[in-house]
Ligand binder design. Structure first.
Ligand code: ADP
Ligand code: MG
Length: 339
C-alpha cells in the first residue's frame, strides 16, 4: 500500500473553498461582484454579528434561471467565460466559477431568484456542499443570497475569525470601495438593524466620496481625466492640503475592479513630490480603463493583485494624469483668487 491518499471530494472541496473564502467579507465580495456582473444597479447587504451568523445580499440584476440554479453551485461552472481564449479578454469581475461552491462548502446558503419574463421565481437551499433543494418562490426580479453560520463545519477556520465588530468593519470597508468604484450603483449596508451606508447611485463620484471619506475630503477633490498609450485614468485626487499621514485614503481600480498596486501608488506620490512633505499622502480614487488584454487579473486568489503587460506605461500614465489634474487645479485656484 502506498502512502499517498486521494482525498475524497468533500475534503477537496473544503480545501478549495479555503482558497477563496476566509471571512465573511470575502463572501460578501464574491456575492456583490456577482450582482455587479448581473447588471444590478441596486445592491443591499445586511449583516448580523459581522456576517458570521447571517449575511444577505440582495440585487436587482438579471436573476438566475431555474435550470441554471443548481449548476451555479458546481465548481468551475460559470456563465462568464467558455474557452481558454476568453481568459485573455475578461470583462466581468468573476470568471472562475469558484465562489458559489466555495461559499456553499463552508456555510448554509439559500438563494431566491427570478429572471425577467419569468412569472415566478425559485429558491435553492444548500448546506455544507450537499445536494441542494429547489422549490418555487415568489420574489422580485433579481437575486437574494442568504448565508448562515459561516465555517460551522470547519472549526479551524472558525477559530481564526475575529470579533463580530472586526469582521463587520471588514465588510463595511469593502462596501466603501465597491461604492467608490461604482458610483452609478446604489449600495446599502445594514449592520445589526442599523443602516450605515446608503449611496444614491446617481453616478456622481464626489457624493460617494462625501459619504465614505467625509465632507472635507470630498470638497478638496479635483477631477482627473487623462488618456495616453491606450490607458484612460479617471476619478479624483485631493488637493495637497488634505494629505494624511497614511495611505488609507488611496483607492485604485482597474476597469472598476478594486486592486492593490504599488505601481499606481508610486506614480501618484511622485506627482505630489514637490507639493507634499515626506510622510504625507494624498487621497485618491482612480480608475484605470485599459484593454483587458494588457492586464492579467488571474494572478491572485482574491484577484487583489494584477499584472500589467507594461508596468512602466501604467506608471507614466498615472503620473501624468495626476500632474495634469494638479496643475489644472492650481490654475483654477489662481483665477479664483484674483480680485
Ligand atoms: P463566476 O462569478 O466566476 O462566474 P460564481 O460561482 O461566483 O462564478 O457564480 C456562478 C454563476 O452563477 C455565475 O457565472 C452566474 O451565471 C450565476 N450568478 C451568481 N450570482 C448571480 C447573481 N447575483 N445574479 C445573476 N447570476 C448570478
Ligand atoms: Mg463570481
Amino acid at each position: 500500500m502506498g502512502k499517498i491518499n486521494l482525498l475524497p471530494p468533500s475534503v477537496a472541496e473544503l480545501i478549495a473553498a479555503g482558497e477563496v473564502i476566509d471571512r465573511p467579507a470575502s463572501i460578501v465580495k464574491e456575492l456583490v461582484e456577482n450582482s455587479l456582473d448581473a447588471g444590478a444597479n441596486r445592491i443591499a447587504v445586511e449583516l448580523r454579528n459581522g456576517g458570521i451568523t447571517y449575511l444577505r445580499v440582495t440585487d436587482n440584476g438579471s436573476g438566475i434561471g431555474r435550470e441554471d440554479l443548481p449548476v451555479a453551485f458546481v465548481r468551475h461552472a460559470t456563465s462568464k467565460i467558455a474557452t481558454a481564449d476568453d481568459l485573455d479578454a475578461i470583462m466581468t469581475l468573476g470568471f472562475r466559477g469558484e465562489a458559489l461552491p466555495s461559499i456553499a462548502a463552508v456555510s448554509r446558503v439559500c438563494v431566491t431568484t427570478r429572471t425577467a419574463g419569468n412569472p415566478s421565481g425559485c429558491r435553492y437551499t444548500v448546506t455544507g456542499g450537499d445536494e441542494g433543494e429547489l422549490e418555487d418562490a415568489g420574489c422580485a426580479v433579481g437575486t437574494t443570497f442568504e448565508v448562515r453560520d459561516v465555517f460551522y463545519n470547519t472549526p479551524a477556520r472558525m477559530k481564526f475569525l475575529k470579533k463580530d465588530i472586526t469582521e463587520g468593519n471588514a465588510v463595511a470597508s469593502l462596501l466603501d470601495r465597491l461604492a467608490l468604484a461604482n458610483p452609478a450603483v446604489s449600495f446599502e449596508l445594514i449592520r445589526d438593524g442599523r443602516r450605515v451606508l446608503q449611496t444614491p447611485g446617481d453616478g456622481n463620484l464626489r457624493s460617494v466620496i462625501r459619504l465614505v471619506c467625509g465632507a472635507d475630503v470630498a470638497a478638496a477633490m479635483i477631477p482627473v481625466g487623462y488618456s495616453q498609450d491606450g490607458v484612460t485614468v479617471g476619478g479624483m485626487i485631493s488637493k495637497p492640503s488634505v494629505a494624511r499621514s497614511t495611505r488609507s485614503l488611496q483607492t485604485f481600480f482597474i476597469n472598476s475592479r478594486y486592486i492593490r498596486s504599488r505601481t499606481c501608488a508610486g506614480a501618484v506620490e511622485e506627482a505630489y513630490k514637490n507639493r507634499l512633505m515626506t510622510g504625507r499622502f494624498p487621497a485618491c480614487v482612480l480608475n484605470l480603463e485599459l484593454d483587458s488584454s494588457l492586464v492579467d487579473v488571474n494572478v491572485h486568489p482574491a484577484k487583489l493583485e494584477v499584472r500589467f503587460s507594461s508596468e512602466r506605461t501604467v506608471y507614466n500614465v498615472v503620473y501624468s494624469a495626476c500632474l495634469a489634474a494638479l496643475s489644472q487645479g492650481e490654475r483654477r485656484e489662481v483665477i479664483l483668487r484674483k480680485p
